[in-house]
Design a protein around this ligand. Sequence first.
Ligand code: SF4
Ligand code: SF4
Length: 295
Amino acid sequence: MTTSARVPRPTCEWQVCGVCNYDCSYCIQKKPTRVGFPSESEVDAFLAFFPTLPGKWEVKMTGGEPFAFGAFLGRIVPGLVADTPHTLSVLTNLSASDEALDRFAQLTRGRLGVVSASLHLEHTSVEAFAEKAARFRDRIDPAATFVVNSVVVPGRLDGVEAAREVLARHDLRLFPQIMKVGKGVVDYDPPDARRVLRLVGDRPSPRQANMAPSYKGLLCHAGAKYFVLTQRGDGYACRSARRVGQGYLGNVFAGNFALAPGPLPCSFDICPCTVPANRGMIEGVDVPAMAEEVE
Ligand code: SF4
Ligand code: SF4
C-alpha cells in the first residue's frame, strides 16, 4: 500500500454527550459514566468555542451516542455548519431514525468527513444494520467516507465473521476493532487470536484495524493539532494522556482552553485510538494513501 505525506490534519474528537441508548457489555465507558449531556448554556459555550480554533479542523463527534442527545441534531450540527469552516465527522451506532439520519445528511452536505457506523450485535441484527447503513451511505455527501466498525469480542468471533459477509453484499466493508479493556487491549486466547489476525490481516495499518500500537518516543502533534474534548468541556492532548491525568489543555466553559505550542515525544506504551495516526499526528508514521477508513 502506498503512503501519503505526514501532514498533520487538525482534528478534535468531541464527546458530544455521555448518554447512549445502548448498553453494550463490552463498552469501554462504564455504565455510571455513560450518562449526561451538556446544558443549553454549555452547548452555547461549545458553539462559541469551535469558531476560535485556528484554521480548518475536523470535528469528530462521539458519545455515548450523539444522536441520542436532542441538541446534537437540533443545535450542534446546524451551529457548526453555519459558524465554523470545520469538517464534521461522527461516530454513531446508527440507531437513529431514518428521518434523523436524512436530516443529518442534508445538514452536512459539502461539510462531512467520515461517518463511522458501529455495528453492535447485542442490539441489532446484521441484516437490519446493513440495510440501514447502505441507505444512509447513499444519502450522505458523496465526498464523505462511510465506514462500518465492530468490536471483536472474545468468544464471539463467529458473529463478526458472518457480519463481514452480509455487509459485503451491501458493498460495505467491516473494520474490526480490537476490544479495549482498562488501559490496554483484551488478551484473546490462541484460537481466537488466530481468527482475529485473519479478520484484521497480518500487518494491519492504523486505517485497516485498531491494533493499539505503540509510538513511544516518536514526536506527536497531539495537544497542538489534535485533542479530545469531553462533554464537560475539558480538553486533553489524547486519550492516553487523559487516562493518566496528563496533557490537560483547560476547560472550554472556564475559558482557559489552550492548544499546546508544538509536538512532543510520546510517552505512552500504547496509542489506543487510530485517529491521531490516521490524521498524520505522529512523526515517522506514514498515513496510508487509501481512502479514509477505520476510526
Ligand atoms: S453503542 Fe457505543 S457508547 Fe453505547 S453502549 Fe455500545 S459501545 Fe458503549
Ligand atoms: S498515545 Fe498516540 S496520540 Fe497520544 S501522544 Fe502517544 S502517539 Fe500521540
